[in-house]
Design a protein around this ligand. Structure first.
Ligand code: ADP
Length: 245
């Protein structure tokens, strides 16, 4: 897409279009246990990006012949609501949604102990309610919390954020305009306690030194998100007394 010449994404002082510093996240809100019907659920809001995640399982596999004898199947569906964007979005699953479902599933598979639940499936649904950049990363952040609330054993939570480059500046947590008109967009997801990267994609180009610095930016953002995830989990369970368990 061609950028309007007058549109400045970042000024000389390094202030971005929404007033943030280059290494600043958008306002982050996390809630757990937001849906009744699923075994685990979470809501993540990062600026104007709003995402729900719901988890069912471990439960019986349908159809049965798909069940694996030595581990659970992790199914994942990332979906953007038709009203989540201002353009007309097709009702069915787009190629982009199929691809994102796959990379999100692979990221989650690196932390979930699937071998503990042979012949079952764990189903993760991510529903983007409003999209303003960084929906796959917000979706992953929400999905790992929903898995935690469902009581699925995991090596760590997954926390994720996108980093990128706009008008020559590295920036953390791109909004839609920055994503569209920037030079590069790099979603990163980590299992922070394991210090392990579970998803890394790069759209655009970054020089080697920029890539190294961008990864540092991502780690900083992920540390903040991880902190909030843990706080949200603590808040949910701190009121539960041992008598109730
Ligand atoms: P992510 O949301 O993970 O950053 P993309 O880089 O593919 O994934 O998309 C960036 C942003 O572009 C989205 O968050 C959304 O705001 C916008 N977008 C994506 N798909 C569409 C679409 N079909 N119609 C309108 N906007 C879209």
């Amino acid at each position: 897409m061609v950028k309007d010449e007058k549109l400045k994404l970042i000024n000389e002082e390094g202030t971005r279009i929404d007033g943030r510093r280059p290494d600043e996240l958008r306002p982050l809100k996390i809630e757990i246990g937001v849906l009744d019907k699923s075994d685990g659920s979470a809501y993540v809001e990062l600026g104007k990006t709003k995402v729900f995640a719901a988890v069912f399982g471990p439960r019986e596999v349908h159809p049965k012949h798909l069940a694996l004898p030595d581990r659970a199947i992790l199914n994942c569906r990332y979906h953007m609501a038709s009203f989540s964007v201002d353009e007309r979005k097709p009702l069915g699953m787009t190629r982009r949604e199929i691809e994102l479902s796959k990379v999100i599933r692979e990221a989650l598979e690196s932390v979930v102990f699937l071998e503990e639940f042979p012949r079952t499936s764990i189903d993760v649904y991510i529903e983007v309610i409003q999209a303003d950049g960084g929906t796959r990363t917000a979706g992953l952040t929400a999905a790992s919390l929903a898995l935690a609330e469902a009581g699925i054993p995991m090596a760590d939570l997954v926390a994720a954020v996108a980093v990128g480059k706009i008008e020559g500046h590295l920036v953390l947590d791109l909004c839609d305009l920055e994503d569209k008109y920037g030079e590069a967009d790099m979603p990163v997801a980590m299992a922070p306690r394991l210090n392990s990267i579970v998803l890394l994609q790069l759209n655009g180009r970054l020089a080697k030194e920029d890539f190294r610095r961008a990864l540092e930016f991502a780690k900083k953002g992920i540390t903040e998100i991880y902190q909030k995830q843990r706080e949200a989990l603590r808040k949910k369970y701190s009121g539960v007394s041992l008598m109730e368990v």
